[in-house]
Design a protein around this ligand. Structure first.
Ligand SMILES: *Cc1c(COP(=O)(O)O)cnc(C)c1O
Length: 352
């Protein structure tokens, strides 16, 4: 048939759903959203739904402005950061020169580059699975880096991000900070100095709101305006009225989220340390997941073993360097204790 697109879609982690499962395959938060979110949802007046949602999301931008110490025109809100990222690709990556991103990173970057016909180069991570920023010193049409990176969990210090911005002042550098609340330091402080920086955030991971679909871009108002134009050319009301109201409640409850983030980081570090007792090792994570391996066990077998015990983790059979790695999202302490026990059973069964 003439004129039909042939495309390879992004394949997200599965979404099994039954009470006994432990779901650690898509980096969701094991804790519920802020109680304020529940309160606002309960009080929501259904009558409001007869109107279109806000065209400028100004209330949410104001709340974000207070959180980040920036004026509302630094923000663009979207239906999950996936949508925000797609809009940013359309807004910023229009050069003949290839955009650059790591060969092992968030799988959606390559999907969008193909979908929007943006030329791209995937630059290999180094032997320690770190982003080799020296390789980015080449002609390019823009750069996108997840920091911390996924699925490695590794974090690049701010000085290195700053050097990247300094070397690429003529293109937009997108830093995807989906996991930044579990890490040391955000690049947002560099925004005033580097107008070529655009930071992407999501409420899906650290704010326990994956199902709400809210993400945002932070950048120089001049460039954010271009993304707004893309959004207006596509789906101006992409953030629904309930989502905007609940997102505000979440953004305003910093105290609750600081607490659950601390819990997750504590459990993460406990888990990373304790799997070593059974011969596993993991990359040093500044996210809510760990990428783990074992020197003499087949990790794919562990993946199926855990699945049979209702524990879902992420395995990447198509990424050659990761075929003996599993990405395990950090659940509650209780869940991770159970996973640790299963891993120790698995070692016992398989290691003789
Ligand atoms: C989860 C994730 C996203 C997408 O988040 P949503 O806001 O739920 O669309 C984007 N980038 C990275 C690196 C992620 O891990």
């Amino acid at each position: 048939m003439k004129g039909i697109r042939n495309i390879t879609p992004y394949i997200p982690g599965e979404q099994p759903n039954y009470p006994a499962m432990i779901k650690l395959n898509t980096n969701e938060n094991p804790y519920p959203p802020s109680p304020n979110v529940a309160k606002v949802l309960k009080q929501f007046e259904t009558e409001q739904l007869k109107r279109y949602s806000s065209i400028d999301n100004l209330s949410l931008k104001k709340a974000l402005g207070i959180k980040h110490g920036l004026s509302p025109d630094h923000f663009l809100i979207g239906n999950g950061s996936d949508e925000v990222l797609a809009f940013c690709f359309l807004a910023f990556f229009n050069s003949q020169d290839p955009i650059l991103f790591p060969d092992i990173t968030y799988g959606f970057y390559k999907v969008w580059a193909n979908l929007f016909k943006v030329p791209f180069k995937e630059l290999p991570l180094n032997n320690d699975f770190e982003i080799a920023l020296d390789d980015y010193k080449q002609i390019n049409g823009g750069i996108i880096i997840a920091n911390p990176n996924a699925p490695t969990g590794l974090f690049k210090p701010l000085a290195e991000i700053e050097a990247l911005l300094e070397e690429n002042k003529d293109v937009i550098v997108i830093i995807d900070e989906a996991y930044i609340d579990f890490a040391d330091q955000s690049a947002v402080v560099l925004l005033e100095t580097y107008p070529n920086l655009v930071v992407i955030r999501t409420l899906s991971k650290s704010s326990s709101l994956a199902g709400l679909r809210v993400g945002y871009a932070i950048g120089n108002p001049k460039y954010i305006q271009v993304v707004e134009s893309i959004k207006s050319s596509f789906n101006p009301y992409s953030v629904d009225i309930i989502a905007e109201n609940l997102a505000i409640a979440a953004v305003e409850d910093e105290k609750y989220y600081a607490q659950i983030t601390r819990n997750i980081c504590k459990t993460r570090d406990w888990f990373a340390k304790n799997i070593e007792t059974f011969g596993f090792s993991s990359l040093i994570s500044q996210t809510n997941f760990v990428l783990l391996t074992h020197p003499n066990l087949t990790i794919e077998t562990l993946y199926h073993y855990l699945e049979a015990k209702d524990v879902f983790v992420r395995y990447f059979p198509k990424i050659e360097r990761l075929t003996n790695y599993l990405r395990v999202s950090i659940g509650t302490q209780e869940e991770m204790e159970k996973v640790l026990r299963l891993m120790s059973d698995f070692v016992e069964i398989n290691e003789q």
